[in-house]
Ligand binder design. Structure first.
Ligand SMILES: *Cc1c(COP(=O)(O)O)cnc(C)c1O
Length: 211
């Protein structure tokens, strides 16, 4: 059904524009935010571990790979770490400040400590609209940490990302366009009446290479 494929491509481009991704961005529709998050973590890990893991699996004698997120993150992230075989213990739940946003100082310290201990950090998951309070993590600062340590930055905007369209709230989302991938749920704030999630990635080539 090439028609369906064309519609998906167009919708994905629209959703990318909505979060200020450039025209080179791409993505795919999923059954929901949980599948979008799971797919993002798989792509992120492939980038760090190489395509070899498709053959060897994670049990090739290397150190555990670690994910960094806040303790306000949606449960689909630790769940994806379980399903993908990274293990929930390797999801570092960074504490939040008094506005329920990830503490970037602690984030950097935790990454550094894990590196010192021989672990292999590969991904930071920031939230753009947490489930409990709607808080948006300091995306720009977190993007700088991701760049510093060469980590994939995924932003879970499943429910909150469309708020970037509100001029009064736009500043909260500064840095969203720096994320390597963003998940966004059309079945939430965009009122699509059937299950529909979306994973957007800034660089189509990286995502393609992962598979
Ligand atoms: C709803 C939500 C998810 C999970 O999405 P589903 O569509 O229910 O799979 C993930 N993250 C956040 C922040 C959400 O609000």
């Amino acid at each position: 059904a090439p028609g369906g494929t064309e519609v998906e491509k167009l919708v994905v481009r629209w959703l990318g524009e909505l979060i200020s991704y450039s025209k080179t961005a791409h993505g795919l529709l999923t059954s929901g935010g949980s599948m979008a998050n799971l797919t993002a973590l798989l792509i992120a890990s492939r980038r760090k571990l190489g395509k070899e893991t498709a053959r060897t699996g994670l049990w090739n004698g290397g150190p555990p790979i670690t994910i960094y997120t806040s303790d306000e993150v949606h449960m689909s992230i630790p769940k994806a770490a379980d399903i993908l075989g990274f293990g929930r213990d390797h999801v570092r739940m960074i504490r939040c400040d008094d506005r329920a946003r990830m503490n970037v100082h602690e984030l950097r310290e935790r990454i550094q400590a894990d590196l010192t201990n021989g672990l292999k950090p590969f991904c930071i998951v920031a939230s753009a609209g947490t489930v409990n309070t709607g808080a948006v993590d300091p995306l720009k600062e977190i993007a700088a940490v991701a760049r510093e340590f060469d980590l994939w930055l995924h932003v879970d905007g499943a429910y909150g990302a469309p708020a970037a369209l509100d001029a009064r709230k736009k500043s909260l989302f500064a840095g969203l366009e720096l994320a390597d991938s963003v998940s966004l749920d059309p079945h939430k704030w965009l009122y699509v009446p059937v299950d529909a999630g979306c994973l957007l990635f800034r660089d189509e080539a990286t995502a393609k290479a992962a598979f």
